[in-house]
Write a protein that binds this ligand. Sequence first.
Ligand code: CFN
Ligand code: HCA
Length: 541
Amino acid sequence: KKAVQFNPADIKEELLKKYPPKVARKRATQIMINEAQESETPSEIVANVRTIPGIITMRGCTYAGCKGVIMGPTRDILNITHGPIGCGFYSWLTRRNQTDAGETGENYMPYCFSTDMQDQDIIFGGEKKLAAAIEEAYDLFHPKGICVFATCPVGLIGDDIHAVARKMKAKFGDCNVFAFSCEGYKGVSQSAGHHIANNQVFTHLVGENQTPPAGEYKINLLGEYNIGGDGFEIDRVLKKCGITNIATFSGNSSYEQFASAQHADLSAVMCHRSINYVADMLETKYGIPWIKVNFIGAGATAKSLRKIGQYFGDKALVDRIEAVIAEELPVVEAVAADVKTRTTGKTAMLFVGGSRAHHYNELFQEMGMKTLSAGYEFGHRDDYEGREVIPSLTVDADSRNIEEIEVEADEKLYRARKTPEEIKALEDAGYKFKHYDGLNRDMDKGSIIIDDLNQYEAEKLVELLKPDIFCAGIKEKFSIQKLGVPMKQLHSYDSGGPYAGFKGAVNFYKEIDRLVSSKVWSYMKAPWQQNPELTATFVWE
Ligand code: CFN
Ligand code: HCA
């Protein structure tokens, strides 16, 4: 099958056609025909803004970003959701973050802790119930840390979760209890939850352990969550190279890892979107610089290892990294050469949270595939356009409106249209420069980049461009498959993984080859193929 030829401007128009004019105008600012090449200024996109009411977004909430994403994968901190049971239950392991209990055997991942708020707690307040839940958890497990997460009703009724946490911490003496005001409705997406989690974990935990861990070439791996075992594969490769990973934020992480993060010499940032705040705070407070890495894709993995080697500049390390790459890469390349005979020229669409659309684009390129359209659920402008300036983001997210903080931070961050004079002024004011490419740079000219894609537009895009594979999340999975197009979850990896590192690349090539080469999807008839006239009519009686 040949790649579809299309005029991106027509596609954009088609996507917007059904909307009322005001909605179409707003959505138009979030759909961009890509122009960005090395020498060009990236096209402008509006991102990190509220979803228009009535649109069925793919986004999640602030609680999900804080509890589910950042703190959830930590194995020996006991996470209590203060709220109705659904919030705790649905953020419990659906993301497929893997854990290995390690030597201590301490692992709370198999448990789901919640205060299970009821009507009477909403009416009379839930603080006493929360204190009792913390006490019960402490008595049963004696963990090093207990974290408390607010859900929507907690903010609405005004329970002071921080006061409860402080009281319980003082009472126990040997357990660090702290809370997150991550009510689901705050901010515009998961992203605000990341920010809140970053600030609290940095304030209450990082730096607690004064004893430097043993090992050479110490790094922190930021923004890696061990989905489908990705972190295990990255750790295998790092270890083989002789690089010591002090703390992963936060796949299979432990309390001690967070507490020791300030002892690292370098932070390697995998998912910039979710953890850039910690990276900046480690740099500002402890002088630990950060670099962007990407372990999705064999080429990207090799490049990232070399980048780490270059930072330390030590010949022994650089040689070892080269030896590891020389040993690992040929196996991967042999599989790539085989699958490429079937995958070259096939097309993909990638719509994932805040960094995977970018990272997986590289993996598809390694298979000779073309990404027709991609975007983030909740990326900010710097994730699209790249980033050049780093301000200090050490702000107390609980003392101010998180939306205000986000807007302010974004204004300083995004790189695109700053004049050389503006950049110089920022430099003079003490901001350090760092180059970090956004999604635009990696996408072909003429591809379509869409922020906060919704269910309607997803189906329309598939109908118009008929990609060979569509990648997104569980909410999109079945509607896309019903259109006769294979769908791969790039959040939870369905039941697969790891896809990171060298071994992960092999897994991914094989999985995608299977999906795009399968005949089964062609037997599905999409509604418009069966009956082009089919429409639904709403009759107002
Ligand atoms: S593991 Fe990460 S890589 S942390 Fe983030 S922005 Fe989510 S949970 Mo889903 S898969 Fe996704 Fe990224 Fe970073 Fe995952 S693309 S939406 S909040 N994400
Ligand atoms: C979240 C988590 C999620 C959801 C994935 C999906 C994940 O945003 O709350 O929609 O399939 O990766 O588990 O992004």
